[in-house]
Design a protein around this ligand. Structure first.
Ligand code: NAD
Length: 494
């Protein structure tokens, strides 16, 4: 690392300080960051902070991304970013800093532990201790959306093999590093056989390299129901972006500890650590906010940079503070809590307990493995790819699929013949039900006679014929076989 320096530690010897970029954020951000950094310092964290400005002030100065070049430079130099929550100003035009940071820096894994601290913090699920590891860059969050007809818009769900391999391997390695016993995969591959199917397949492939870890797959709907009802049945969950986004909030909420949860956004080079909550502007400047969420993010950071000794010391002191009933207002409960404290006093209480272990809650001893050294996915040899047809989508305001079928069949010609029409995925021609509701967005599937090879020129020929007959297409998707296997979905009802 370029930016290291020797600093005295609390133990009296010198150690290399790891540079960390810090953003104090907005609202309650500065107070909880101050509390967190005081605890880290008192615990002997071997870090050297570089402060950057991101968020509201930067947005309001006219920078729609909320972050300027010097801040990017710092994050890219230190590669470790501890970020307090920020306020995204009201009104359009401001880009989410979190989404921008994740995408620009390739932070592909979002790691969120949701843990119950029963009986000291109110929870519906006393035994809950789940970590959700969510793919952070792909899926519907690639944000590729288009309006295609008067009535239909689409969002492209992109799932890549390297993307699946990285997140699934991360989940298994994380489970090993943190001594967790089971990894559960959530997908909806009974419906989305290509996208979610790939995620599940990669889970099975990579899982085979981790025979020491129990593994299972759940369809997301029943899996989510089980998670909400019996979270103690799960340990580590790995899933796609959208499902993970929704489920990690549900998990944090039912653990009873939204204000106590941190998260890590991990990339191959850079990683970002934060609380899961926002900047709570109405609580700002009153010394009441709970700094625990950001502290939990900072503890994940310390494990990541190889300072698990300090991370364990802080976590155990923090657990002891919770046990001793020293609580901020958000978790304070008459009869359980002993003392209602502010942000700063809570930090003082944790500092006073550094070196102590919890007596009721389970003490931690994090592994000293440091950041997970994951092998990058290797590109596989190209499959044998064979063009076997095309789905041509069109905008047509008619309502009778038979009329469209006749019109298109009259001009399809060439090697490609109309084999099926569907509307919103449901087959409506050559067979179908009059009850099926149709929009103005139609998919026409063209295939050659069995055994007739086709290439892109045949598709261009088809499109030209359709155009000349006044049939306007809005997009075309080629149909392929990969290594002899059809790699596209059938129409529903086909
Ligand atoms: P919020 O998480 O800021 O607040 C929700 C509720 O939780 C509030 O009632 C608040 O009082 C309470 N709360 C949150 N953190 C707390 C803490 N540490 N201690 C005690 N109570 C706490 O969510 P919001 O009100 O929807 O959003 C406020 C702002 O934060 C918005 O501008 C939003 O865009 C932003 N935000 C930022 C991030 C981030 O930077 N990662 C995440 C979410 C929201």
């Amino acid at each position: 690392m370029e930016q290291t320096e020797s600093i005295p530690t609390t133990a009296g010897h010198t150690a290399t300080a790891v540079p960390v970029t810090v953003a104090y954020g907005d609202g309650i951000g500065p107070e909880i960051m101050d509390a967190t950094l005081r605890i880290l310092e008192a615990a002997g964290a071997r870090i050297k902070t570089e402060t950057i400005e991101v968020g509201e002030k930067v947005y309001l100065s006219g920078n729609t991304s909320g972050i300027d070049k010097s801040a990017w430079d710092s994050i890219r130099r230190t590669k470790v970013f501890l970020k307090a929550p920020i306020t995204t100003p009201q009104g359009g035009g401001y880009k989410s800093l979190n989404v921008t940071t994740r995408k620009m820096l390739g932070l592909y894994a979002n790691v969120r532990p949701s843990i119950a601290y029963h009986p000291f913090v109110d929870t519906k699920h006393a035994g809950m201790d789940v970590v959700i590891i969510r793919e952070n860059e792909e899926d519907l969050y690639a944000g590729i959306e288009h309006q295609q007809t008067d009535e239909v818009v689409q969002c492209l769900k992109l799932v890549s093999r390297p993307g699946c391999e990285r997140i699934v391997r991360y989940a298994f390695e994380y489970a090993r590093q943190y001594g967790r016993k089971k990894v559960t995969c959530f997908t909806k591959d009974n419906i989305m056989k290509q996208t979610d199917g790939l995620f599940h397949k990669v889970f099975d492939e990579i899982g085979a390299e981790y025979p020491d870890i129990e593994q299972e797959h759940w369809i997301i709907d029943i899996g989510a129901a089980k998670l909400a009802d019996t979270p103690e049945a799960f340990d580590v969950i790995v899933t796609l972006n959208l499902y993970g986004d929704v489920l990690s909030d549900v998990a944090a909420q039912i653990a009873g500890s939204v204000g106590l949860a941190g998260s890590a956004n991990i990339g191959a080079e850079v990683s970002m650590f934060e609380a899961i909550h926002g900047s709570a502007p109405r609580r700002a400047g009153q010394n009441v906010a709970n700094p625990s969420g950001l502290l939990q993010g900072a503890i994940q950071m310390l494990v990541h940079i190889g300072q698990s000794d300090v991370a364990s010391k802080i976590q155990n002191a923090w657990l002891k503070t919770l046990e001793d009933g020293i609580h901020t207002y958000d978790i304070f409960r008459e009869g359980v809590s002993r003392e209602k404290v502010g942000t700063s006093e809570f930090a003082d209480a944790v500092i006073a307990r550094l070196g102590q272990q919890p007596t009721n809650l389970k003490a931690v001893a994090y592994s000293s493995a440091g950041s997970l050294n994951l092998k990058m996915p290797e590109r596989k040899p190209a499959a044998q790819k064979e063009l076997v047809g095309a789905d041509v989508f069109m905008h047509w305001r008619g309502t009778n699929p038979n009329e469209l079928g006749e019109k298109v069949s009259a001009v399809d010609g060439g090697k490609l013949k109309l084999s099926m029409i569907s509307n919103r995925g449901i087959v409506v021609w050559p067979t179908g039900f009059p009850e099926t509701f149709c929009t103005d967005h139609w998919r026409l599937r063209f295939k050659p006679e069995a055994g007739t090879p086709i290439n892109n020129a045949d598709l261009l020929n088809l499109i030209t014929r359709l155009h000349e007959a006044g049939i306007e297409f809005i997009k075309i998707e080629n149909l392929y076989r990969f290594d002899g296997k059809e790699a596209y979905s059938l129409g529903q009802g086909q």
